[in-house]
Design a protein around this ligand. Structure first.
Ligand SMILES: Nc1ncnc2c1ncn2[C@@H]1O[C@H](COP(=O)(O)OP(=O)(O)O)[C@@H](O)[C@H]1O
Ligand SMILES: [Mg+2]
Length: 303
């Protein structure tokens, strides 16, 4: 990896005696779209808050764009990052303009810097409403786009987006992801969490978190290859009443509606195995989805 822009080593965040984040290590390259996935409570938001300089880690080392996070120097980190929080993005009762004004004053931008940046960002998202529109009257997708602009107002190199598309309609989610890709193409590093597996496919790399720990960090393609090496097979019964039972040659046998998804054990000759089941099932090799991967990885850890 070229010099990492985010470098996290053995980070732990402990509340009382509870490890919200435990020994987490990863690096993110400049211009990368880095996805953070995991169930509620996995520790994603806590990690992001540390990386944004909002919360000190209990142990470990965090370096953001060459600056180590040390107490008292949080402002240097805050300057380098933009943050769109999961809970709070914009003041609903204020207008779009007032939200921008407020962010600009917090960031200490000069009036010229502010206005130039705002204009550039509103053009970037294709904002076609009145700036005096009160935020609560904006459609959900547009509100999130405006919140993204507010997070980018001081032109940070890295932007942390915590579930930016949660509850947003599918078309608006696609629009938002187009913006994320444009940002990365322009050299920004985008760190994003999502619960939508289809969105995660757009990330260059994904970190999967579970109960405070990182259980995998890799590209979507590599995660699939690692998890389903010799491939995943879709079994469709040829007659009604035919049921597939987990065979000794199978490692995975998951029901999917009227089908089953099967992974044969390592070392099993897949072609021969397919032949064995062919009388009762139509069998085709299928590309695993990230959903398949995550069910597998998270369940695998529970054994
Ligand atoms: N300030 C805090 N004090 C105590 N526990 C916390 C605090 N912040 C988060 N937690 C706990 O840490 C765990 C991880 O939370 P969080 O980082 O928000 O997870 P995620 O974003 O993956 O849903 C949760 O169990 C949460 O309740
Ligand atoms: Mg969260």
């Amino acid at each position: 990896m070229t010099a990492a822009i985010v470098d996290v080593q053995d980070l732990s965040v402990i509340f009382g005696d509870f490890y919200a984040v435990r020994d987490v290590t990863f690096r993110v390259a400049p211009g990368e779209i880095f996805g953070f996935l995991g169930a509620n409570g996995a520790g994603k938001t806590t990690t992001i808050r540390v990386l944004c300089g909002l919360l000190p880690g209990s142990r470990g080392r965090v370096v953001i764009d060459g600056e180590e996070f040390v107490r008292g120097r949080e402002n240097i980190i805050k300057q380098k990052v933009g943050y769109m929080s999961q809970r709070f993005t914009l003041y609903d009762g204020l207008s779009v303009k007032e939200n921008f004004d407020f962010a600009a004053s917090l960031r200490g931008l000069t009036r010229d810097e502010y206005l130039a940046s705002r204009e550039r960002l509103l053009e970037f998202i294709g904002f076609d409403k009145n700036l005096n529109t009160v935020v609560k009257n904006l459609p959900g997708g547009i509100k999130q786009e405006v919140a993204l602009c507010v997070a980018l107002l001081h032109n940070p190199k890295i932007v942390f987006l915590d579930e930016p598309t949660a509850g947003v309609a599918p078309v608006a989610r696609d629009r938002f992801w187009k913006l994320i890709k444009d940002l990365a193409a322009a050299g920004k590093t985008v760190f994003v969490t999502t619960h939508y597996m289809d969105e995660a496919e757009n990330c260059n790399r994904i970190a999967l978190m579970r109960a405070g720990e990182l259980i995998a960090v890799d590209s979507p393609a590599n995660l699939k290859r690692r998890t389903f090496g010799d491939g995943l097979y879709n079994f469709t019964p040829r007659r009604s009443g035919v049921v597939l039972r987990m065979g000794g040659d199978m490692e995975i046998c998951e029901p999917y509606g009227l089908h089953w998804h099967v992974k044969f054990r390592n070392g099993v000759d897949a072609a021969a195995a397919v032949k064995k089941y062919r009388n009762d099932f139509e069998i085709e090799k299928i590309p695993p989805s990230l959903e398949d991967v995550f069910i597998r990885l998270v369940e695998g850890q529970n054994r």
